[in-house]
Design a protein. Structure first.
Length: 551
């Protein structure tokens, strides 16, 4: 039986490869850094600079484009989207009437912009999304029992984005969504519009209506987001420091159920449905949808990026990307826009721009680098449950009984039993140390910086993570100096938190962090940026790289 299963996987791979031949041959290899792609993107961004859209989702899509392109909150289109999100999050969560698409895109936008600053709004919108999730696990129109594959993809993606920046999504919500995706697959391997469920979990697949390329791609992307949230996708191996505590390295299947009890997701069944979906996709992807082409491309990049991540490597210039770039080039208007319909120019141009930048690949690489995100559901409960509180659906120990001196003592020693609590409560530690005084009135922030050069690798990583959460420009030089740290994990953390602090988002390139020459360029670039932006009153904080003597 096992041999037959492995033969089946091999056969599927061969079929996909054969069916892809002749339909995705690029004229030349292109990627987001190619001049041809940059020129197209420059035109689309120029169009979006002055574009407007009446809906929350449209505003947030445009704002997301500029975030992914490296702009900060000062950009006018990002400000427009922020104000729309604040307005949408004003009512109580159960009173929010915002459509699913808009809710999901707003959550994604805010998580990419500044999850700390907009924590309250994100949580409110997540609660609203939770409130309207159907009992069967999908999302759909109000007043209808069926789930909608297209809407569910935005529930899946927003949950993934939120978890990866530290929010909590109940495990049962993700399991319900995943099982709905599994149970609404057509017998042919595709997915339809309004999902039809079999009578019970053991029943054969039910024929679905309107099985399309767009909906199948949406479901496949959602299935991978769910698989990652449930711990079914192994993270990239970390080889630099074998002595680093496991808590600071992603663990394969950390959240996977120990056994398939009622309601749990069977990872083998999910993988089987994904393989069948790949075969369906490969045999139907010769032509793009006519009415929703750009919406489809946004889902396609998500699906392919998750698939690459699941397979363990990203392709620099994949054939599917090259094929789509050709399509986008052929259909881009003189003003830089794309439009499948007259009233779709703004969202379609945003979808096309996000595709060109490989926005999902950027999000995945960012999540891998930061190593954040876990759901609740019984995993890793605090060891000391006395006095623990349920906050935002997560059981945590209150920090009110830990003063700044105690927090610094925990950070100093990775062997401290409470060190894990510090790792899991970075934002709380940042808030505490940002304003507290210690040792007769000294700043806790300064004490934290003084610790840096004398503590082990795990503590240095935690300190950098806390500085990133403090969101203070004066810490930029500290993070810049840490790019030259002896340890790759520390350099990676410095890079990630520099992006968080400065809002200069770009995919993590491990080769850059491994090259002394490339790191020197990074240091020079960020130093010049800081000197241009920093007001004269900010001190030029210095921090020398740690020596090899620190283990």
């Amino acid at each position: 039986m096992k041999t037959r299963y492995h033969w089946r996987i091999a056969a599927v791979a061969i079929i996909i490869a054969l069916l892809s031949l002749g339909t995705t041959q690029p004229v030349r290899a292109l990627n987001p850094e190619s001049p041809e792609v940059k020129k197209m993107l420059e035109k689309s961004l120029k169009y979006l600079e002055t574009a407007s859209h009446p809906r929350l989702g449209g505003k947030c899509l445009v704002g997301l484009v500029f975030i992914k392109h490296g702009h900060g909150e000062e950009h006018p289109q990002i400000q427009v989207a922020v104000e729309a999100c604040k307005q949408a999050a004003t009512p109580d969560a159960d009173k929010i009437q915002t459509p699913i698409y808009d809710l999901g895109i707003a959550i994604i936008f805010l998580c990419n912009l500044d999850p700390s600053k907009y924590h309250e709004e994100i949580q409110k919108l997540l609660d609203a999304l939770d409130h309207v999730q159907k009992p069967h696990g999908g999302w759909g129109y109000a007043g209808k029992e069926t789930g909608d594959t297209s809407m569910t993809q935005y529930g899946a993606l927003s949950a993934w984005e939120a978890v990866k920046v530290g929010f909590v999504v109940p495990r049962e919500n993700v399991e319900g969504m995943t099982n709905w995706i599994i149970r609404t697959q057509d017998p042919t391997g595709g997915w339809g519009y309004q999902g039809k469920l079999p009578e019970n979990s053991g029943s054969a697949r039910v024929k679905q209506d309107r099985t399309t390329l767009c909906l199948t791609t949406a479901a496949l992307g959602s299935s991978y987001a769910a698989a990652d949230l449930l711990g079914f996708i192994a993270p990239p191996p970390v080889k630099d420091d074998p002595n680093i505590p496991a808590v600071l390295i992603p663990v394969k299947n950390e959240l996977a159920p120990a056994k398939n009890e009622a309601g749990d997701v069977d990872p083998k069944e999910l993988k089987k449905r994904q393989l069948d979906g790949h075969v369906w996709y490969a045999s139907h992807n010769e032509k793009y949808p006519t009415s929703w082409a750009y919406y489809y491309l946004y889902a396609l990049e998500r699906y392919e990026s998750f698939r690459e991540y699941s397979n363990g490597s990203f392709s620099k210039d994949p054939a599917w990307y090259n094929k789509a770039v050709g399509y986008l080039k052929q259909n881009q208007a003189e003003d830089g826009s794309w439009a499948s319909k007259p009233d779709m120019a703004v969202p379609d141009t945003a979808f096309g721009s996000l595709f060109l930048m490989r926005s999902m690949k950027k999000s995945i690489e960012r999540a891998v680098a930061f190593g954040a995100g876990r759901m609740n559901g019984g995993q890793r409960l605090p060891e000391n449950l006395a006095g623990a509180k349920l906050r935002e659906n997560r059981l945590v120990n209150p920090l009110t009984d830990i003063d700044a001196a105690g927090a610094l003592a925990i950070i100093r020693n990775p062997e401290n039993p409470l060190f894990l609590r510090g790792v899991e409560s970075v934002s709380e530690f940042a808030i505490l140390l940002k304003v507290a005084k210690v040792n007769g009135g000294h700043s806790a922030q300064e004490e934290l910086l003084n610790l840096y050069e004398t503590v082990p690798t795990p503590s240095r990583i935690l300190i950098l993570r806390i500085l990133g959460q403090m969101d203070e420009l004066k810490h930029t030089p500290v993070l810049i100096a840490a790019l030259e740290d002896e340890n790759l994990h520390v350099r990676r953390e410095a890079y990630e938190n520099l992006q968080r602090l400065t809002k200069r988002l770009a995919p993590l390139n491990p080769e850059v962090l491994n090259s002394a020459a490339e790191r020197a360029k990074l240091v020079a670039d960020w130093t010049a940026w800081y000197e241009r932006l920093a007001p004269p009153r900010l001190p030029a904080a210095k921090l020398t790289p740690t020596s090899a003597a620190v283990k």
